[in-house]
Design a protein around this ligand. Sequence first.
Ligand code: NAD
Ligand code: TDX
Length: 376
Amino acid sequence: MWTRTVTTFRMTGRAKTASGGETPENEMAFFESILVTGGAGFIGSNFVRHIAGTHPDCRITVLDALTYAGNMENIADLVDNGRIRFIKGNICDAETARDAMVGAEAVFNFAAETHVDRSIEEAGSFIQTDVYGTYTLLTLARERGVRRFVQISTDEVYGSTEGEGFTETSPLKPGNPYSASKCGGDLMCQAFANTYQVPVVVTRSSNNYGPYQHVEKFIPLFVTNAMEGRDLPLYGDGMHQRDWLHVEDNCRGIETVAVAGEVGAVYNIAAGHSQPNLRVAELIVEHIGETSSKIVFIEDRKGHDRMYKLDAARARTLGWEPRVSFEDGMKKTIEWYQKNRAWWERVKSGAFREYYQKHYGERLEKGRPKGHPGKS
Ligand code: NAD
Ligand code: TDX
């Protein structure tokens, strides 16, 4: 399993760098050994599965603190059969992270506190992990001389748009404590690239959806609530827009940027189809066979960004493009939650119940029209 064979990365056509120049080959070596932080979370576990499947010789180590959002079930089969090495640890803990990085050619930093609503309640852990944790990893990457440091940033760093798609040179204007923390990590990466020549690339993707996403997030919450006959708590007027990207498309995008991206550059990754939350909610109730009376308009999120929209032309110059349409992706995703009921029922039990009651209980009571039968 842990051999030193070079695995290859196939591009569709010739790859261009961010500044427009072409890379010399259209088949590039992938890394022999990688460290994936946050690999027990949603996108990280999908990425680990993707690389384990497409690069059978690549050695993969996952470092994850297993916070409430981390879930060993997401990667248990790969750990059990020895395909990946798992280390439980915090990216802020330099000693553990240093051990985890030994032998890694490339580091993929997915580890983060990620839920906007939680950051509005308490931002300390976001600053700690998303800024200080990233700084810790960068320091170690510099010390170890890794070949690539891939920072998984987000479209939220640009803040809300009035309609135009943000490019990588658009100003950063974070609208909530989560996105401000992600800006800190993102900019620290660029500072380390400039100051110490750490070979950093940064991806900023739009909202992901797909299998293994925590039920606190919009799509899994609405899908599983609809399956349980519960109400679907829609913030504000439901007309906030998100640019949904299937997680498989993001994983391929991250892989492409890691291998073919220009060192020091930032790459947006998005499908470019922003749409209102209400439309997504209606699509979900329709798929599950529920009625739209289950959608309850509740008090808006504080500082709620109205619209995210990205221009991903630069990532496309590397040969990447999204392959999953929103319709197919949603169908597949809903089917996954239908087939994996035990997975999300476990996630929804325990501490999540308390969080749900505290965050939604009163808001749902207030939001329900009079006479609505209501099930929180
Ligand atoms: P997630 O919340 O599902 O997973 C985060 C993972 O990081 C968990 O496994 C958790 O245990 C781990 N983690 C948290 N703090 C840690 C720490 N201090 N040390 C080690 N591990 C820690 O998140 P996700 O949705 O998979 O997001 C992954 C990355 O992608 C994040 O950096 C996020 O900002 C970024 N991102 C997410 C989206 C999205 O739509 N989900 C979009 C753009 C960017
Ligand atoms: O109960 C809800 N009701 C609702 O109307 C929830 C949880 C969300 N929403 C709305 C808020 C947003 O407009 O749905 C939209 C999506 O919400 P989230 O799933 O919380 O995602 P968002 O706030 O857009 O942030 C996500 O995308 C960027 C991820 O959580 C971030 O980690 C990522 O960086």
